[in-house]
Design a protein around this ligand. Sequence first.
Ligand code: FES
Length: 170
Amino acid sequence: MQETIEKTQEMIDHENAIKQILANNNNDPSRLIPILQQIQEMDKYLSKEAIEQVAVELDVPVSHIYGVATFYAHFSLNPKGKHIIRLCDGTACHVKKSHGILNKLYSKLGLSDENRTTKDLLFTIEIVSCLGACGLAPVMVLDEHVHGQCTPEKAEALIDEIIANEKAAN
Ligand code: FES
């Protein structure tokens, strides 16, 4: 029962937060992209509920919002992990064996090309084409921290550190 009440309050708070984002953008449908960006910044993805609320409040078809959200690779319709691992597979990083790091991360986290977010929503792996730091190849960015000349072992140690910190915090 307690959980239901908390959940409902959580949903109301979330709806209000979206209303605030819409108000900050003057409830203007022409500002749909920045609105979706701000919602994604808050939630880390665009949920079905958020998309439906935006459609109602801006009086635009849900299909239009899905069209925009799926057109831009930047938007995600699936939940992302708390920690985002961005692994570069641009030419310089690829030549320096970035795939070895990716394979290590996949096996460590039980992920694959088809599923890049862990079930506990702790990690998401994103593969990017160039992070603009080719001199440091291969490059991995973990929660906005750049790790140059990365190796599978270094990547694993970083993940272990996060897992240990998360356990200690719980
Ligand atoms: S190719 Fe990886 S940083 Fe440029």
